[in-house]
Design a protein around this ligand. Sequence first.
Ligand SMILES: [Zn+2]
Length: 286
Amino acid sequence: MTTPCIICVAITGSLPTKANNPAVPITVDEQVESTHEAFEAGATIVHAHVRNDDQTPSSDPERFAALKEGIERHFPGMIIQFSTGGRSGAGRTRGAMLPLRPDMASLSVGSNNFPTRVYENPPDLVDWLAGEMLAHGVKPEIEAFDLSHILKARDMADKGQLAGTPYIQFVMGVRNAMPVDRDVFDYYIHTVKRLFGPETPWCAAGIGAHQLTLNEWAIGAGGHARTGLEDNVRLDRDRLAPGNAALVRRAVDICERHARPVASWQDARRILGLRLPDDCAQGHVA
Ligand SMILES: [Zn+2]
C-alpha cells in the first residue's frame, strides 16, 4: 500500500471548549497557530469552524476570511476546508463563507440524528449549498453519516451538482447516528469504489475514542484519515491531547506502521484534483 495518506486536522469544531481541553483553539490567532503546528506535524487539510469570543459557534464570514488569510500567509499550500455543518447556524448562513473560495467545504447531503437532536439537511438547502460550491469553485467533501449519503452523492454527481469526483468521508461513532462497525465500514468502501471507480480517494473520521479506531481502519485500508480536537480531545483515557499536532503525530505513527507515506500538500492537491496555490492567487480554478 503506497498511496500517500492525506491527514486532515479538524482543529476546533462547534462543540469542544477550553473547559474540555485548554488546547482547543478558539480565536483566529489560536487557530492559525494550532493549524501551523498540525501542518508541521503532517496534516495537509485543515477542516475549520469559527467561534465567537465567548466560544459559541459562529458562521461569520469575516472570521472565516481572517482565518483563511492567516493560513495562506503563513503556510500556503495547505488545503483549507470550511465547515458548512449545522451547529453554527441555520439555513443559508451555513454557506455564507463560500464566496471566500476556500479549496474545499464540507457538505452533508442528508439528515440524521445527532446525540440530542436531528441534524437537519433538507433537500433544498443541500442543493443550494452544492450550487454555491460549484459557483465558487469549492470542492465538496461529502460527509457520509449514512450509506444513503454515498448514493445521494452519486445522484448529485450525475445531475451535475458536484464538480468532478466527490471526496467522501465516512463519519462513524456519533451517538444516534452510524456506530463504529467494521462490516459497514467495508461496505462503504465497496460502495464508493463501485459507484465512483476503484481509485477514488475516500477518508474516514471517528468521534471520541473511536478516532483512533477509524484512523487505523482507514490508513490500513488505503484511505485517508481525519484527526483533531473537533472529534476527540483526548490522547487516551487518562490524558488530554496537548494540541492538534499531537493527534496528527498519532496518525503519522499509524501511517508508518502501515508503510503509508504521509502526503505532502502537493501530493494531497494532486490526489484531490485541487488547484495549486499559484493558480489560486491568479484566480484560476481547476
Ligand atoms: Zn466540522
